[in-house]
Ligand binder design. Structure first.
Ligand code: SF4
Length: 309
């Protein structure tokens, strides 16, 4: 197993304090109830941290002074650290972000047609080794924790939203988990993070605007609809098992028919039966871009509510 290189020698050390950035609503309620506080404190903290971007408990003025002091002694709000930012002429912005331990991940903001899509990572490296993917060549290092996943959204909003803008006037309108890593192999942290993205006291994004992209970890996909209702994208990239076995080795374990069955079951669990899966199909010259592939794809997806990207 190879390890992605650290961004530089400066290594941040995880604190001994509880990082409230990475706690979803129920975990925050548990945290405050353990302190003998009422559960509405969870919503107060979520608004300070995620909506207003405040990390200093002293500024959280609707908490009592004694609670603020207590929180400062046992907890923290610690987003991951931005190492660098690169702005392209077309408006795309890439942040290199250092995680605990020193390895770096990337978050990418892509503005297009009145939308702003943030692509976030879920793991450092990836174990799935898709043939066309640079991340797969790095091997797997570790899962990101919830604070490191939601922290990418926190960072982008702080850097992109003007302080005077209304809370709902934000540059990030969509989030896609399509960066480094396979989200369904980091199930609990990813679910906690996407549910924060959609929570009204945090980022308030619609379930149609938060998309989890998977190469097809079927057992985890079968559980996903029980805990969240994000939009789903499948990294298909091939219309038959023979080719997909080469491009996405996970296909040897969960072939296309098994994966699409699971994806349709996910859709069936959603309250809104009009929702569709996004099928990701990267055209690779002379590999998966022939007419025969297009015909196979149309036949394959005939009974799956989907759009192809
Ligand atoms: S699952 Fe995604 S990140 Fe992992 S190797 Fe495949 S394309 Fe790359």
């Amino acid at each position: 197993m190879k390890t992605p290189p650290a961004c530089d020698s400066a290594v941040s050390t995880p604190g001994l304090k509880t990082n409230l950035l990475g706690l979803g609503e129920q975990k925050l309620i548990d945290f405050f109830e353990n302190l003998g506080e009422r559960k509405f404190r969870a919503a107060q903290i979520m608004k300070w941290v995620h909506v207003r971007g405040v990390t200093d408990f002293a500024q959280m003025t609707d908490l009592s002074k004694s609670l603020r002091e207590r929180l400062a002694s046992i907890a923290e709000v610690r987003p991951p650290e931005v190492v660098s930012r690169s702005d392209s002429e077309d408006g795309t912005i890439k942040w290199l972000i250092r995680t605990d331990g020193g390895s770096c991940i990337e978050a990418v903001f892509i503005p297009e047609n009145g939308r702003g899509t943030l692509c976030v990572s879920s793991q450092i490296g990836c174990s799935l080794d898709c043939s066309f993917c640079a991340t797969g060549k790095q091997g797997f290092n570790r899962d990101l924790n919830t604070a490191e996943i939601i922290g990418q959204v926190w960072i982008a909003l702080r850097e992109l939203t003007l302080p005077e803008a209304a809370p709902n006037n934000r540059a990030v309108t969509n989030v896609v988990l399509m960066g480094m890593g396979e989200p369904l192999l980091n199930f609990d942290n990813v679910v906690e993070a996407v549910n924060l993205m959609m929570h009204d006291c945090a980022y308030g994004l619609s379930k149609r605007r938060v998309t989890l992209s998977t190469a097809g970890v079927v057992p985890a996909l079968d559980k996903l609809g029980d805990v969240t209702d994000v939009s789903l994208a499948i990294s298909l990239h091939a219309p038959n098992d023979e080719l997909r076995d080469q491009l996405v080795p996970l296909n040897r374990k969960y072939p296309i028919a098994v994966l699409l069955d699971s994806a349709r079951r996910y859709l069936q669990k959603l309250p809104d039966q009009r929702r569709k899966i996004t099928i990701e199909y990267t055209l690779i010259d002379q590999v998966n871009d022939r007419q025969v592939h297009a015909r196979q794809l149309a036949e394959l997806l005939g009974n799956t509510p989907c759009k192809i990207n």
